[in-house]
Design a protein around this ligand. Structure first.
Ligand code: NDP
Length: 294
């Protein structure tokens, strides 16, 4: 049996379509145009690509996009001053500082300087705390997208056994909290977990957010499980070119799983779509409007 492929590209396109409709409605009924400011420090080629597609999709959805580029020699104080300015700018509803930052800048100081109501990455300790305590929050985009993908397979996640491999602040931890809020029974696995394949074989929902190319093979997967692959790993490909693979060995896993998200074309497109959802939500909240039902 071969697993159903979870088409993140199509699901993300549908989500962006809903955002576009809500942005249009906000502009028509309230004269509000949500704005997203993206700050890039230095010239990291991968970050340039991410920032370029974020900008395009922001504009395509009818929102305003504001681009800020600082040289990699820019100091932390310069970046903090820019964030203060964006915090006070009424046209800016979302602020995203592209990570990683150059080593001389403390990312935690930068994240903490962002107004939590404009923190569309959901990394501010205030939003992390609100998520952990079950209060409404701007939640990190990648885990947000993972849960949406899982819910395209299972109408409800209630009572399902979920295993999240990875416990980073960006993916694993917030993902575990979102799944718990969906009433799944959640296990967080990591590099010190004993007999990881056996732990994973207990999962109805398996999320791999590790950063190790194709580590999760068929031995980790329960028959019929739903597998969401968060990993983005660059490995040598044919003709000296590199290619992107996930944390899951796709062919092996799809022979056992019931449903599986591919890399590329799974979680990746969802991350940007959820960034747009967060920006729309931030703009609605700032205007005192109810959150759009997306
Ligand atoms: P981190 O490096 O911050 O975290 C990796 C996690 O994996 C850690 O918790 C680590 O455990 C765990 N881990 C590492 N090796 C093993 C192992 N051998 N067995 C079990 N667990 C292990 O990575 P991120 O969370 O930032 O990212 C994870 C992956 O997701 C990466 O490939 C990244 O590129 C990708 N990603 C994709 C996004 C997207 O949009 N699709 C967005 C963000 C990330 P420990 O805590 O013990 O060290």
């Amino acid at each position: 049996m071969s697993a159903r492929i979870i088409d993140g590209k199509a699901i993300a396109a549908e989500l962006r379509g809903k955002v576009t409709m809500e942005v249009h409605r906000l502009r028509r009924d309230r004269g509000i145009v949500p704005g997203l400011a993206v700050v890039l420090v230095g010239a990291n080629p991968a970050s340039e690509v991410y920032v370029g597609s974020k900008k395009k999709m922001t504009v395509d959805s009818g929102m305003r996009s504001f681009d800020y580029r600082l040289a990699d020699t820019a100091g932390e104080s310069e970046l903090l001053a820019l964030i203060q300015r964006l915090n006070g700018d009424p046209d800016v509803n979302g602020i995203l500082v592209q990570l990683p930052l150059p080593a001389h800048i403390n990312s935690q100081n930068v994240i903490a300087a962002i107004d939590p109501s404009k923190d569309v990455d959901g990394f501010h300790p205030m939003n992390a705390g609100r998520l952990a305590t079950g209060l409404p929050a701007l939640v990190p985009c990648t885990p947000f997208g993972c849960v949406i993908l899982a819910k395209t397979v299972h109408a409800s996640l209630e009572g399902l056994n979920a295993v999240v491999i990875g416990r980073s602040n960006i993916v694993g931890k917030p993902l575990a909290q979102l799944l718990s809020a969906e009433n799944a029974t959640v296990t967080i696995a990591h590099s010190r977990t004993r007999d990881l394949p056996a732990v994973c074989r207990g999962a109805d929902l398996l999320f791999a957010a590790i950063g190790r190319a194709e580590m999760v093979n068929g031995d980790y997967i329960k028959q019929g499980a739903t597998v969401i692959d968060v990993g983005i790993n660059r490995v040598p490909g044919e003709g000296g070119k590199s290619r992107i693979v996930g944390d899951v060995m796709f062919a092996d896993a799809s022979a056992i799983a019931g449903a599986i998200s591919p890399v590329p074309g799974g979680v990746g497109p969802m991350t940007i779509a959820c960034l747009l959802v967060n920006t729309l939500r931030a703009a609605s909240a700032r205007a005192g409007l109810p959150l759009p039902a997306i």
